[in-house]
Design a protein around this ligand. Sequence first.
Ligand SMILES: NC(=O)c1ccc[n+]([C@@H]2O[C@H](COP(=O)([O-])OP(=O)(O)OC[C@H]3O[C@@H](n4cnc5c(N)ncnc54)[C@H](O)[C@@H]3O)[C@@H](O)[C@H]2O)c1
Length: 307
Amino acid sequence: MRIAVTGGAGFIGSHVVEAYLRAGHEVVVVDNLSTGRREHVPAGAAFVLMDVCDRALVEVLADYRIEVVNHHAAQIAVSVSVEDPLRDAQHNVLGSLNVYEAARRAGVRRVILASSGGTIYGEQQVFPASEEHPLQPLAPYGVAKLAAEQYLLCYSRLYGIEAVVLRYTNVYGPRQNPHGEAGVVAIFAERLLRGEQPVIYGDGEQKRDYVYVGDIAEANLCALRPQARGIYHCSSGVELSVNALLELLQQVVGVRTRPRFAPPRLGEVRRSVCSSARIERELGWRARTPLPEGLVHTVAAFRNAQR
Ligand SMILES: NC(=O)c1ccc[n+]([C@@H]2O[C@H](COP(=O)([O-])OP(=O)(O)OC[C@H]3O[C@@H](n4cnc5c(N)ncnc54)[C@H](O)[C@@H]3O)[C@@H](O)[C@H]2O)c1
């Protein structure tokens, strides 16, 4: 298949591109390099430097005769969305809508959207959440992801575009940006390896569901299957506190440091964990990488990058 991956120079997108190339697909990456890096784009993929808000995107999709758009480009920090919700909506709502409009006009058959199981529900009422859990996002980032989902499902009803939404929980792994405001595993790993003190926002008892990026790349392969349609969680179904995560990471890195505690950040939920029963039943996907193993791979990659 000919596939365009927006955000393919970023953390998750670059792993998705690798998986698609390995499976024999042709890939074009569209990325504005705002947080992504050119050197993360795997060899073998074409690269177009472009913002997803650019109306010329339709020409790129048409020129490359794209069949599937995999949309990963986004502003990813919850805290940025709270401080500057207009900027967040510009990228994540209007940018996504421009992607769908370009896809429709270029005759694209399927659009896959990277959405967020960790933010779209707000404070969960049921643990783990299913895809039918009530949607009450706490932060503008979650509202924007919900809008991006709804526009895509609307385009599916209006124009017959095949829509696949993958709601990830907390993704971690090699190439995650340790200098951003999202990605606690990358931030902690970098700090521990540098001998710096990690910072925990709040009491550290907030719980998250961590899923390895290699498993997420596999889920994006499953999303190409003919029968894939609608909304799927991509999660481990296991919840872990930030304090416990730091403990595990310290064991992997081989250091002991006391964290510094800072005030909790606005818009962050207390407890997030999602069930992946639907994607397992329908597409045979589940998170296969146990957290300790994923952390070992991640720390090794960060060690190498620091050399
Ligand atoms: N990391 C997670 O835990 C997680 C969880 C749920 C959902 N997601 C979603 O997965 C996707 C990828 O996230 P990531 O963690 O790899 O982040 P990332 O910042 O590494 O990747 C985002 C990529 O998109 C590019 N980009 C951003 N805005 C753009 C724009 N307007 N036009 C073109 N390119 C643009 C960036 O340069 C970067 O390469 C995002 O949609 C994010 O919301 C991530």
